[in-house]
Design a protein around this ligand. Structure first.
Ligand code: ADP
Length: 161
């Protein structure tokens, strides 16, 4: 489908779960914009630039994927960039309530906006950035959780924490 979609998130840092959703979306749509949320309230472990750089390296083989960042409301960002479809990954029942609320709120803010959910890959339903940060910072093996090309950079940063 020749359509541009947005995959938003914190990506602090990118995991194999994120990469699975981005890769599948890139096969289904003409262009995928991966939009890193600049969390002004939260204190991310990886800076916006680092998160974008890790995503760029992890998606280097996907020609129709573009990495960018945004501040503020996703609904506004979509409107200003002329994109009307959000693609998100849905891991478990625990994600559902929050994601359902967000999708409805975004539609109220921007009625053109549709949210599409892809079911998480069975192997990564348990995976989250916070789990990677926790295991990595304690010296655990995260090689099955993050994309191979960015593994070493993520480990180095987390061990410094
Ligand atoms: P988290 O910090 O929870 O890992 P993000 O805010 O960076 O997640 O998530 C961005 C998007 O990626 C969300 O749509 C989220 O549901 C999805 N996602 C996160 N982890 C996974 C995973 N393991 N499998 C599939 N989708 C995921």
């Amino acid at each position: 489908m020749n359509k541009t979609v947005i995959c938003p998130g914190s990506f602090d840092p990118v995991t194999l779960g994120h990469l699975d959703i981005i890769t599948r979306a890139s096969k289904m749509f003409g262009k995928v914009i991966v939009a890193v949320l600049v969390n002004s309230g939260k204190n991310p472990t990886f800076s916006t630039e680092e998160r974008m750089e890790l995503l760029r390296e992890a998606t280097a083989g996907l020609d129709n994927v573009e990495i960018t960042s945004f501040k503020g409301l996703l609904a506004e960002y979509c409107k200003s960039s002329g994109v009307d479809t959000i693609v998100k990954g849905l891991r478990a029942v625990s994600d559902f309530e929050y994601e359902f609320q967000m999708a409805l709120a975004n539609k109220k803010l921007n009625p053109q906006l549709e949210t599409i959910f892809l079911t998480a890959d069975a192997d990564s339903t348990f995976l989250s950035s916070s789990m990677v940060r926790e295991i990595g910072s304690m010296g655990g093996d995260i090689s099955n959780f993050v994309p191979a090309p960015v593994h070493d950079r993520i480990v180095k940063k987390l061990r410094k924490q």
